[in-house]
Design a protein. Structure first.
Length: 79
């Protein structure tokens, strides 16, 4: 079982720790992630675009994935 704990610091930086417990001992969680540093709020927008494009062009078209559409998909942001 995974336990993912996230928290914000300095208004825009996300920290994250991922813990794993083995099926045989669900009460013992071991840290499996790094030092907790995760993408900032601005980087998450790009990651979200990447995720959505992968789902739309690859996962939802598993029988015939459209890698060309995925590779040419882009994002333009104004902050």
């Amino acid at each position: 079982m995974f336990s993912i704990i996230n928290w914000w610091i300095d208004q825009h930086m996300l920290n994250s720790h991922i813990f794993l417990s083995e099926h045989e001992n669900l009460n013992e969680f071991n840290l499996i992630s790094g030092d907790g540093l995760a993408p900032c709020i601005w980087e998450l927008e790009i990651i979200n675009h990447e995720r959505n494009s992968w789902i739309k062009n690859i996962l939802k078209q598993a029988a015939n994935p459209n890698f060309e559409a995925y590779l040419t998909d882009s994002i333009t942001l104004e902050l």
